[in-house]
Design a protein around this ligand. Structure first.
Ligand code: TRP
Length: 336
């Protein structure tokens, strides 16, 4: 790997992450950012949130909550370039430039846009574009600009974002074809593990199923949620199958091998479900406590979060500035 391998990830600023996001995405991304020879770019994709949501208070609050969450979970702003998308005007300038290269047909094929059209068709609405704004349509271009603005080498994303990275590559190659080798077609790094954690009802943990385990909730609330995890109706004393158990799967995601073996023994011996939940609660509570304490501390000091993001944006701007200048020169937007 070259010395300055750039890894870039955008975080959508909606809802505070739950346990599934924490173990599947947030902690692995923070761990990955510690790798030597890489520069990690992590940003709040706050302008992306305009597509779906017109509640300005909610947008503002969500941005703060998410920033506080990542900092509380161990993101080190000295190791990572952590910034708000909205603080980097160059991204939006590049987005326009790219939109004049990307063909409309390419964007017609974007999953999110196609899904919106299908929805209208299913409802037998005559105008298939009804209710679809240009933000939704152009979304892949803004995402391409987020990535190409920093010449990122790789972009870790969920499977659902794979198409966006392919489009980004397409657009970068087209730019380079017309204007010279300037933009860097990025590689997608697809995480196949994300989303495997079950929620309290056994389906994939997801906000839309309302089955999530919060990560910053007080002990009492956390205990209540854990007690609601669904199990089968085996009685105390009957051996339990750990491979098909929601309690065990969640426990496994946060515990060391020794602890997993210990609980396995208790399952073989027929631990009561109430007891198993207590064991999980104790472990989960001590796993989450440091994050929760840090989160509570950070949310009391908004200026710390603000300062951190401003410093991050200064670092980001020092990289995007020369690149946008290079792009302007290449396209012939320059002084006489
Ligand atoms: N679209 C991404 C998501 O929904 C968020 C995002 C915006 C992003 N810009 C990005 C991710 C650039 C990676 C790179 O999760």
């Amino acid at each position: 790997m070259s010395k300055d391998h750039r890894v870039l990830t955008g975080i959508t600023t909606t809802g505070v992450p739950h346990l599934g996001n924490l173990v599947g995405a947030v902690l692995p991304a923070i761990e990955a950012s510690k790798q030597e020879n890489t520069t990690s770019f992590l940003f709040l994709a706050d302008y992306h949130s305009l597509i779906k949501n017109s509640d300005s208070k909610l947008r503002h609050q969500s941005s703060f909550d998410i920033a506080a969450c990542w900092l509380a979970c161990g993101l080190d702003p000295n190791q990572v370039i952590f910034y708000r998308q909205s603080d980097i005007p160059h991204i939006f300038e590049l987005a326009w430039i790219l939109s004049c290269l990307a063909s409309k047909g390419l964007l017609n094929r974007a999953h999110a846009y196609k899904a919106a059209i299908s929805d209208n068709q299913a409802k037998e609405i005559e105008d298939v574009d009804k209710g679809i704004n240009m933000g939704l349509f152009n979304y892949p271009i803004l995402m391409a600009a987020d990535i190409l603005m920093f010449k990122a080498d790789s972009v870790p994303v969920g499977q659902d974002q794979k198409q966006h990275i392919e489009m980004t590559r397409d657009i970068a190659l087209k730019f380079n074809h017309h204007y010279g080798q300037i933009l860097k077609p990025p590689e997608a790094i697809i995480d196949i593990n994300t989303g495997i954690l079950p929620g309290i009802d056994g389906r994939k943990m997801s906000k839309s199923y309302e089955n999530t385990i919060p990560i910053f909730a007080e002990e009492k609330v956390l205990r209540k949620v854990i007690m609601k995890i669904q199990t089968n109706s085996l009685e105390p004393g009957e051996p339990k199958d750990s491979s098909d158990c929601n309690i065990f799967k969640i426990y496994k995601a946060i515990c060391t091998k020794d602890k997993i073996d210990d609980l396995q023994k208790l399952y073989d011996e027929g631990i009561a479900w109430g007891e198993a939940k207590k064991v999980l609660f104790e472990e989960l509570n001590s796993f989450l406590k440091p994050y929760r304490d840090e989160y509570n501390k950070i949310t009391k000091d908004k200026s710390f979060v603000e300062r951190t993001l401003v410093e991050g944006s200064e670092k980001a701007l020092s990289i995007s500035g020369p690149i946008i200048e290079e792009v302007r020169q290449a396209i012939g937007i320059k002084g006489f």
